[in-house]
Design a protein around this ligand. Structure first.
Ligand code: PGA
Length: 254
């Protein structure tokens, strides 16, 4: 069974309104000449304030996602955005549990699980982010940490909805640092994640779950990472802020 490849841009809290317009104009021009196959999804996660504008302007083959959702369905939660609001603005994807949310916004595995269940009820595709810190890797605890994150964030039901749940393996020490995991380090962890998913679901639906790599992925290292058998695309931060480099990363996945 062929898994879907995903190249996703995580713009984080970057780009002003005019920067988004410039990105779109550069990006759309070049996209016309790219023949995308149906097994490759391109997704952009802009700041929520840009979602409506980006969706109206960007090439129709690009899907839009939201960087975070509330764990509540609706109500008195000032500053929050619900999963149904995101859906009503055309978002098809949601990022859940990004390490920056875990680090600065107290996003625990329990919250990740609650958000994932909510996103699942509305059929949004969730990209669940997991990853170990530098300390954990240096102390040889990376497999243990990842296994625990998976066990605490996911339930059997969620894993079985394999077309709606994706994993992004983002070693925290590689995010925004310019230090990428080697293709072998990433492949080793992706294969481990897949085997853990199989254990948790007691089934092999997991062959269908796409596992993305994130952490200083760029134009120079993307092709070698994406050539590995368990790496099904990437979640790109810094290198997705320029249309040119994001397009080059897309091309390296084709
Ligand atoms: P980076 O970010 O590519 O800038 O390292 C990736 C991410 O945080 O998703």
């Amino acid at each position: 069974m062929k898994r879907k490849k995903i190249i996703a841009a995580n713009w984080k809290m970057n780009l002003l309104k005019d920067d988004v317009k410039k990105f779109v104009s550069d990006f759309n021009k070049e996209m016309e000449s790219i023949a995308l196959s149906s097994d490759l999804d391109i997704v952009i996660f802009p700041s929520s304030i840009h979602i409506e504008m980006l969706r109206e302007m960007i090439h129709p083959k690009v899907k839009i996602g939201i960087q975070n959702i509330s764990k509540h369905e609706k109500g008195a939660y000032t500053g929050e955005i619900s999963v149904s609001m995101a859906q009503s603005y055309g978002c098809e994807y949601v990022l859940i549990g990004h390490s920056e949310r875990r680090q600065y916004h107290n996003e625990t595995n329990e919250k990740v699980k609650a958000k994932l269940i909510l996103a699942n009820t509305l059929n949004l595709k969730s990209i669940v982010c997991i990853g170990e810190s530098l300390d954990e890797r240096e102390n040889g605890k990376h497999f243990e940490v990842i296994a625990q994150q998976l066990a605490q964030c996911l339930s059997k039901d969620v894993i079985q909805k394999s077309d709606q749940m994706l994993i992004a393996y983002e070693p925290v020490w590689a995010i925004g640092t310019g230090k990428t995991a080697t293709q072998d380090q990433a492949q080793e962890m992706h294969a481990f994640i897949r085997s853990e998913l199989t254990k948790l679901s007691e089934n092999n639906y997991t062959e269908r779950i796409s596992i993305l790599y994130g952490g200083s992925c760029n134009e120079s290292n993307a092709a070698s990472l994406f050539s590995m058998p368990d790496i099904d695309g990437g979640l790109i931060g810094g290198a997705s802020l320029s249309a040119k480099s994001f397009l080059n990363i897309i091309k390296s996945a084709m």
